[in-house]
Design a protein around this ligand. Structure first.
Ligand SMILES: Cc1ncc(C[n+]2csc(CCOP(=O)(O)OP(=O)(O)O)c2C)c(N)n1
Ligand SMILES: [Mg+2]
Length: 702
């Protein structure tokens, strides 16, 4: 029987409301005045000093440079677009008498702009953040991670962010909980236009006014940064215009406040103040502030670039060639830099100059003497192999199509799309839609390749992946940036459960190639598999490729070996003449580390057979059994993934079920989220899955 939820309204208020469980709120209380202020006039005519958005942009430019020098990519365009709006929102929140969080929940859905919020916090000294702290942005020792993370920075971040469209529905829940508790609090959520393409965001955009109309939501303000720009380019040109969606907000029940120039501080402040006042005045009518912004605002080149300068474009060398100085000078509108920024800039310039001079110095007395050092190993990203095979198949006339969701440049499929634009589609930032659309293509006989980061493919795309296979409509997935390989972006982007989540879907093969050469070969096989199976009237399996993002040796194939689908290749054998031996089974990004561990073990007289266990959910039992027989049953498995449900557990379960004697150490992540670091290696070391840990595990087996 349906429950009449409408009946709640007739229940007396003292019985209708119920408080949640009390637990300590870790958020920092109101800070003092910003160190670098800018004045705005409030509706009541008084002046308020808010954080100067120019200081925000200066800090973002400089902290990004520190991180880039460390080895991390960073965001510029998004935080630059939102500087005035973020200053206004925090100005209103922090100037409320009492404790700001008794009046407001704040959720930033635009997680890639969180560095701008860190800068603002440093300006206020909020939660103890200092300008000095910004210099460690994205490093393993900092709580200022690539996106906002409440597990590492609970005093500064209420709701973790990063995956677009995922924080807005949490904000909906915060506001509904406040209504149930009969709190007075309002919720403010900031989102960018690209993120509004996500299904999760669209669901919340429908639900919030609908439920608010039934008095189930506390005052709600949604601020949309509409700059018609996403990661790879302009929203309307690449996919489709979001303007009809924004025009529909009023019909959905939102009170729409329009802001023509979100980069005008006074206009932004007035609009934010108005939106909050309206929402607080009538909780049944949530307010959306539809703000036009300019992505990459403050620097002409980034404003003009198609992506709005999404990623920070400067490199370490730009600190010594004057480009960084010119960049920050432009951000500061040609005015002399404030002392703190000048000192920070000089600090970066001096360090980089010293580094460059050191690098130029001869290393030792023998410098200049020709050496016989082996030629360096050719390296590339693993993903580079995929488009080559896709292009080769399309060149043969096969119906390969690419369905993307704004990350085609990052996942590596872009070359296919450049050569075959007529076979390429972009559904916007909408991974769920991407997979389901591909399933539709598959049903019609196409060979669809979808691509995104592993974390988004297996989370937002999971039910669509199930339904695709349940509809005999398999897809090929290029899911990159697996695990700690997405080091700098932090925990929200570090998919560490992708094999566990997808490996049990019927008719799915999870494939983790270890090199670009293997990726090219395996993609070619996956495409051919579609052709062969469809010709027989069968339905092929979906093949989901998972790969890292850093550079690896282009080939790990030993001379004389050849690739074979379903076979685990032996990529290193150091067992000749050794008494003690071990099998190391690795996949993807960690195969190279396993080989390194084998080399280290060999120096200590321990031999190893390193197997590339590429197909994680259907391991090559025979190859592992043969290797184990040669190595006394000793096995170390290692992966850039959670131990639970990973390749190691799957392999060991099948070995044990087959009665194979095995003594094993399973290396992987032990039930923890990750965090930002400049490089994956730092996180591999921290979580005990690097070459050193592999060698130690092998020795511990005795
Ligand atoms: C679910 C998800 N998919 C993809 C990404 C990668 N990503 C980060 S920012 C971005 C573009 C965001 O566009 P928009 O929301 O308009 O922000 P703006 O460019 O205006 O800063 C993308 C695709 C992500 N963070 N989350
Ligand atoms: Mg945008």
């Amino acid at each position: 029987m349906a429950v009449d939820l409408g009946a709640a309204a007739s229940i007396a208020p003292e019985h209708r409301h119920r408080k949640g469980l009390a637990y300590p709120n870790p958020l920092a209380k109101n800070p003092g005045q910003p160190q670098f202020p800018a004045p705005v006039t409030r509706a009541d005519g008084t002046t308020l000093q808010v954080a100067d958005p120019v200081a925000t942009r200066l800090m973002v430019a400089l902290m990004d440079m520190n991180a880039v020098i460390g080895g991390a990519a960073c965001h510029w365009g998004g935080p630059a677009a939102l500087a005035e709006i973020m200053s206004s929102v925090h100005g209103v929140m922090f100037s409320r008498p009492g404790t700001w969080y008794d009046h407001f929940n704040f959720a930033n859905d635009a997680g890639h702009t969180e560095n701008g919020v860190y800068a603002l916090k440093a300006n206020y000294g909020f939660a103890g953040v200092t300008v000095q702290d910004l210099k460690g942005f994205r490093s393993i020792s900092s709580k200022l991670t690539g996106h906002g993370e409440s597990h590492l920075f609970p005093e500064g971040v209420m709701v973790s962010n990063g995956p677009l469209g995922s924080s807005l529905p949490i904000a909906q829940g915060l506001a509904m909980a406040d209504r149930l508790a009969d709190n007075k609090r309002a919720t403010v959520c900031v989102i960018s236009d690209g993120a509004m393409m996500e299904g999760e965001a669209k669901e919340a955009v429908s639900a919030i006014p609908g439920l608010a109309g039934k008095d189930q939501v506390n005052p709600f303000v949604l601020i949309i940064s509409d700059n018609n720009t996403k990661l790879s380019g302009r929203v309307d040109a690449d996919s489709f215009s979001m303007q009809p969606n924004f025009q529909a907000l009023e019909a959905l029940g939102w009170h729409v406040v329009k802001l023509a120039n979100g980069n005008d501080l006074q206009a932004a402040f007035t609009a934010v103040e108005t939106a909050i006042r309206l929402a607080e005045g009538d909780r049944t009518k949530p307010v959306v502030l539809w703000a036009k912004t300019v992505k990459g605002y403050g620097v002409a080149a980034t404003e003009k670039s198609a992506s709005g300068g999404h990623g920070y474009s400067l490199a370490g060398a730009d600190a010594v060639n004057g480009k960084l100085r010119a960049f920050v000078a432009e951000v500061n509108k040609g005015q002399p830099l404030p002392a703190w920024a000048e000192a920070w800039l000089i600090e970066i310039e001096t360090a980089q100059k010293a580094k460059a001079e050191k690098a130029a110095q001869p290393r030792d007395a023998n410098a200049g003497v020709p050496t016989t050092a082996p030629a360096p190993v050719k390296k590339d990203k693993i993903q580079a192999g995929f488009p080559k095979a896709m292009i080769a198949a399309a060149d043969k006339g096969l119906p390969v199509v690419s369905v993307s969701a704004d990350l085609q440049g990052s996942t590596g499929v872009a070359p296919f799309r450049q050569k075959y634009p007529q076979l390429s589609f972009e559904v916007g930032i909408a991974e769920s839609n991407m997979v389901s659309t591909a399933a539709g293509f598959s049903k019609q006989g196409y060979i669809p390749v979808v691509d995104t980061f592993a974390q988004f493919g297996v989370t937002k795309g999971l039910l669509p992946l199930c339904m695709a296979n349940l509809s005999q409509s398999p897809v090929i997935g290029v899911f990159s940036h697996t695990g700690f390989q997405d080091a700098a972006d932090g925990a929200s982007h570090q998919g560490l459960q992708y094999l566990a989540m997808t490996g049990a879907i019927p008719h799915v093969t999870t494939y983790c190639p270890a090199s670009a050469e293997e990726a090219e070969w395996a993609m070619g096989e996956a495409i051919q598999h579609f052709v062969d199976e469809r010709a027989k009237g069968h339905h092929p399996d979906s093949v989901l490729f998972f790969c890292g993002r850093e550079n690896f040796a282009v080939s790990l194939k030993p001379e004389g070996a050849s690739y074979a689908w379903g076979k685990a290749m032996t990529v290193a054998d150091t067992t000749a003449g050794t008494a003690k031996k071990v099998v190391i089974s690795a996949n993807g990004s960690l195969v190279a580390h396993a080989i390194k561990a084998a080399d280290a073990l060999a120096k200590e007289g321990i031999g190893a057979l390193v197997l590339n266990n590429a197909i994680a959910n259907k391991p090559d039992l025979a190859a592992h059994q043969a290797a184990l027989a040669a190595c006394g049953g000793k096995l170390v498995t290692v992966e850039d993934h959670q131990v639970i449900g990973g390749a190691g557990q799957t392999l060991v379960a099948s070995l044990v079920a087959a009665g194979t004697p095995v003594q094993v150490k399973i290396l992987g992540v032990k039930g923890e989220f990750g965090q930002s670091a400049y490089t994956a290696d730092e996180l591999y070391a921290k979580h005990g899955i690097d070459a050193k840990a592999i060698a130690a595990a092998a020795k511990a087996l005795g």
